[in-house]
Write a new protein. Structure first.
Length: 615
RNA sequence: GCGCCCGUAGCUCAACCGGAUAGAGCACCGGAUUUCUAAUCCGGAUGUUGCAGGUUCGAGUCCUGCCGGGCGCGCCA
């Protein structure tokens, strides 16, 4: 293991100017049908020198899309339209040239030019049957791509301060982050999930002081509680639980003596600072630290439990304290110093963030000698890269958008491309109950915790609702709908499809109509109803949807897809009885539904929602 | 004041590097069950994509300005 400084002197920092790119929208063999179309187009272009040049910087795969309208076939390419400009030719003429040069494939039944120059491809029924077969073969691996060796992704999310329980806003970060992690993994990336614990700095002192006061209170010493302190009931709980062995209860007079008032808001900070000083003074540094460390570990463990119950786990809980203790912050500052990227002003040490695109320069060491949060951030993100992760994703609350530029600036100053840091901002959550907005405030103690929300609506509805909307949209979380067991509730609508299918298979067993899978597979051409064809087509899109959702970090894409898929299923189910007398048709339909069940279960798994056998 | 995000049907929201007629759910009205789970299905309509320009063969999507909402702008974390 080389040390940070050794790396610095060996010049590693300057050798990283090429941004790592997540391979975008490449068509893989996991999407056989789309791949077939893309390959045909690609080959045709290769044989057309006058077009090949213009097409060279065009990713042909990306021009191939599913059609929205069945009349346009199954896939369409707008490649001719894309090439119209650089070649200065009529797009319909280009399309004609391409179509004439297209090879044939037995899975494609018809190719036509439509509209301004789209090339539409109609796939054969056999193509969809083959896809259904691979769904059944792959099972829970369907839609998952082969493992990619690089880039190795570090996904940081939630990272809520350990000063109290997670609230409903953190829940959205949790559900979104977990779903994005699952999506990336499904598309083959190696993802390291990390929670950064802000367990250093003044807020920990405030937490410690808050607990200390509750402990004194429980022992008969009443002190005006700081308005800037943490007033939630959980602070009392912690005060009652922590090990106070070795701590000597101080005199009430000693605690109260010399405390400033906190009449106006301007005094709040001074008052809580005075209490922190008192705590250190009267309990000793070690004594106060004993309270502080236990308090934060109690809360951190509570958060970890809460998340685990929510189905959200991490590979690593990264302590900010450990950054300081291991010297990584000092090392980072040393690197900046050696590079001439620090300067002194007004007694503080500054980092010239404006040189790296930030709005203003930032302080890293205050005049009082304390390192800022930003100094930790530089060291932390630098450390992420040093640990071998070459693509960083931070999922942050939208109120943190101001930090993005400076953290990126910090990374660049440390020698890593800023583009390798991606930040996804998640907008706020508003809870509605009975049509009224529920107010939240951590400090006042009147907040809705994630735990309470989960108890009220259940994990499945919570996970689902949190990712149902785009992360850059405010989320209105309607508790009445989330808890309703009715057709208002999309999560049940999807789960119900899964349960319904499971029920059909149970029923088949009861009736001794055992599913002959092989027979079903060889009779797929019996699936001629429009609803069944729609289902076949919808299912075959799943791998493309997963890739699209992963690429865009957009779990809601998967949510919408699942609802559409399941809608097709319910239509089909309603229109056609499965367990009929015709064994060939029956086995074929069971094959169809077995595949639907697989796709639904796989999709829900990515979202972190259960797929029940019965409801 | 400056910066970032958002503005799409009555409501909540989709819309795949700009692509074909902007789509769902809810709400509302009417219908379907002697049948494998009715938490289901079938039918019925709704748009100046905030406004005004611009780029383009093509704009909800890109650019400029304005209006409205959210967030941020500390030697706090």
């Amino acid at each position: 293991m080389t040390s940070i400084r050794a790396n610095f002197f060996s010049g590693v920092y300057t050798d990283t100017n090429n941004p790592v790119e997540l391979p975008p929208r490449q068509t893989t063999p996991e999407h056989p049908m789309k791949h077939i179309v893309a390959k045909l187009v690609n080959d045709a272009l290769a044989g057309l020198p006058e077009l090949a040049e213009a097409a060279a910087d065009l990713a042909v795969e990306t021009t191939v899309e599913r059609t929205r309208d069945a009349r346009h076939g199954d896939f369409a390419s707008n490649v001719a339209l894309q090439l119209a400009k650089p070649t200065r030719k009529n797009p319909r003429d280009i399309a004609t040239r391409i179509v004439d040069a297209l090879g044939t494939d037995e899975q494609i039944t018809k190719i036509e030019i439509a509209g301004p120059g789209f090339i539409n491809f109609h796939m054969s029924a056999a193509a969809f049957h083959a896809e259904l077969g691979s769904i059944l073969d792959a099972g829970n691996a369907y839609g998952r791509q082969a493992k990619k060796e690089s880039p190795k992704i570090l996904l940081e999310f939630i990272s809520a301060n350990p000063t109290g329980p997670l609230h409903v806003g953190h829940g959205r970060l949790a559900a979104f982050g977990a779903a994005v992690g699952n999506l990336l993994e499904a598309t083959g990336y190696q993802v390291h999930r990390e929670y950064y614990v802000n367990d250093a700095g003044r807020q920990m002192d405030i937490l410690g002081a808050s607990v200390w006061l509750r402990w004194l209170e429980a022992n008969g010493i009443s002190v005006p509680f700081p308005k800037a302190g943490y007033r939630g009931e959980y602070i009392r709980d912690i005060a009652g639980e922590i090990d106070t062995g070795g701590l000597v209860l101080p005199n009430a007079d000693d605690v109260l003596q010399g405390l400033p008032d906190q009449e106006s808001e301007d005094d709040w900070d001074a008052y809580v600072d005075a209490l922190i000083a008192k705590a250190s003074d009267l309990q000793g540094e070690d004594g106060f630290d004993q309270i502080r460390q236990q308090s934060l570990e109690s809360i951190r463990a509570e958060i970890e439990d809460d998340l685990a119950d929510f189905g959200v786990t991490f590979d690593q809980w990264y302590s900010e304290q450990s950054l300081a203790k291991s010297g990584r912050i000092d090392d980072a500052l040393t690197v900046l110093e050696e590079r001439g990227l620090l300067y002194k002003k007004d007694g503080a040490t500054w980092f010239p963030a404006t040189d790296f695109g930030d709005e203003k320069d930032r302080v890293v060491i205050r005049a009082n000698g304390a390192k800022t949060y930003f100094a930790s951030d530089i060291a932390y993100h630098f450390d992420k890269r040093e640990r071998g992760f070459d693509y960083l994703i931070d999922i942050l609350g939208a109120d943190h958008h101001g930090y993005v530029a400076r953290v990126r600036a910090g990374l660049e100053a440390m020698g890593y491309p800023g583009d390798d840091l991606e930040v996804e901002l998640v907008q706020f959550v508003s809870l509605y109950r009975g049509g009224k907005k529920v107010a939240m405030s951590t400090r006042s103690g009147q907040f809705d915790t994630l735990r309470k929300l989960r108890a009220e609506v259940g994990n499945d509805a919570a996970r689902f609702y949190y990712v149902m909307r785009s992360n850059d949209q405010h989320l209105e979380f309607d508790l009445d709908i989330a808890t309703s067991q009715s057709n208002d509730n999309p999560v049940f609508y999807i789960q119900y499809a899964h349960a319904r299918i499971a029920s059909v298979f149970r029923k088949a067993d009861e009736l001794d109509l055992y599913w002959d899978q092989d027979n079903g597979r060889t009779n797929l051409d019996k699936l001629v109803a429009p609803q069944e064809k729609a289902l076949l087509s919808a299912m075959s899109r799943y791998p493309e949807i997963v890739e699209l959702a992963a690429k865009n970090r957009a779990p809601q894409t998967l949510v919408h897809y699942l609802r559409d898929l399941v809608s097709d299923f319910h239509s089909s189910y309603n229109a056609h009885k499965v367990l009929g007398d015709d064994a060939n048709l029956r086995d074929a339909r069971l094959a169809l539904y077995a595949a639907v069940r697989i796709v639904v279960a796989n999709g829900l798994a990515i979202l972190g929602v259960s797929a029940p056998e019965e409801m």
